[in-house]
Write a protein that binds this ligand. Structure first.
Ligand SMILES: Nc1ncnc2c1ncn2[C@@H]1O[C@H](COP(=O)(O)OP(=O)(O)OP(=O)(O)O)[C@@H](O)[C@H]1O
Ligand SMILES: [Mg+2]
Length: 321
């Protein structure tokens, strides 16, 4: 194996969604969107979206060498998004699919709740063969992070498990963001939800770090407490669990024990979307730190993002340059 952190840059491999996000400024919590009508908001902007793309952008803006493996449609939007990311310093490895590039509408509420309405046909077609693991290793990547796992239907059955296994066999560390399966929002299809969870569970023995917020980890494991969720995930094979806890901070369950790190207080919040992605970008770029110090770096990056300085998920230019 060759490759190293050239010029101090740490190369990391990130696999998952790339799409357009259309983001609203906060909508008054009193507004009911299911009725006829119209709601005015202060602003609506466009940005690159997708957990993987956001993490890659943040990692590049933090000075890392972020390699993003994703699918795009064969259209102008896909080209525009890749060009924007490349302009931020991301090394994009897009697999072009004969569909439209995905779009997501991010509704943000004054109550701080968010709801995404998304159509991601490009990501649905991502397959393991689209990810050139050997090239990523040659580029020096020692950590492979899989985000947006529920949207790549074709990889759920076997591709994720195989990709993680091959990465571990090659000596890489691996991370999996459990995130939110859209089926958890609509509910109902109990068997399908359980089947998808069991598919991902089979990947855990090849996952060094499972990431997620308390709610996501609880839904995935069925456990009542975060400590119980983390214990189950480690029993199922995960090396460690990184827990996102919003303004309460974060925690990690590792073989060396349980660590808790408080949030860095923020005076004003400019941008909440993508906080978890920025946090994870910092995690990927600090493998040399002991866990507690590593989590402190992540918390500090998340606070910078929340306060809008710097902007780790900059809005897209309107001209498509
Ligand atoms: N209001 C806040 N104040 C300070 N730090 C915060 C705040 N919200 C989040 N953080 C920090 O960012 C980390 C990740 O945020 P969060 O818990 O919202 O992740 P998430 O639910 O995975 O988010 P996302 O939906 O963006 O993936 C937290 O663990 C915490 O350290
Ligand atoms: Mg998250």
């Amino acid at each position: 194996m060759t490759g190293s952190a050239v010029g101090g840059k740490i190369p990391v491999a990130i696999v998952g969604n790339l799409n357009l996000d259309v983001r609203t400024s906060p909508i008054p919590s009193s507004v009911v969107l299911t009725g006829d009508g119209e709601t005015s908001v202060t602003g609506i902007d466009e940005s690159v979206g997708g957990g993987a793309a956001n993490t890659a952008a943040a990692a590049a803006l933090m000075g890392g060498e972020a390699h993003l493996c994703c699918a795009v449609g064969a259209d102008e939007l896909g080209t525009r998004l890749c060009r924007h990311l490349a302009g931020l310093g991301v090394r994009v490895h897009p697999a072009v699919k004969p569909v439209a590039t995905g779009r997501s509408i991010a509704l943000t509420w004054e109550s701080h709740h968010r709801h995404f309405v998304s159509s991601l046909p490009n990501t649905r077609l991502l397959v393991e063969a689209d990810i050139d693991l050997e090239a990523l290793i040659r580029a020096g990547c020692r950590h492979l992070y899989r985000a947006d796992v529920w949207f790549g239907d074709l990889m759920l059955a076997e591709g994720n498990t195989s990709l993680f296994r091959r990465a571990r066999q090659a000596g890489m560390e691996t991370s999996l963001d459990i995130n939110w399966d859209p089926l958890w929002t609509t509910g109902g299809d109990h068997d399908r939800v359980g089947h998808r969870i069991s598919l991902l569970k089979s990947a855990l023995p090849s996952v060094s770090f499972v990431h997620g917020n308390e709610r996501e980890l609880a839904l995935f494991t069925g456990a009542q407490s975060i400590q119980h969720s983390a214990r189950l995930l480690r029993e199922w094979g995960a090396g460690a669990v990184i827990v996102h806890r919003g303004a309460m901070g974060c925690a990690a369950a590792t073989p060396a024990g349980w660590f808790e790190v408080p949030a860095v207080p923020v005076t004003r919040i400019v941008s909440e979307a993508g906080t978890g992605d920025v946090f994870t970008a910092a995690f990927l770029l600090n493998p040399h730190l002991p866990m507690e110090a590593r989590l402190r770096e992540c918390a500090a990056a998340a606070a910078r993002h929340l306060q809008g300085s710097p902007r780790y998920t900059p809005a897209l230019d309107s001209g498509g340059e």
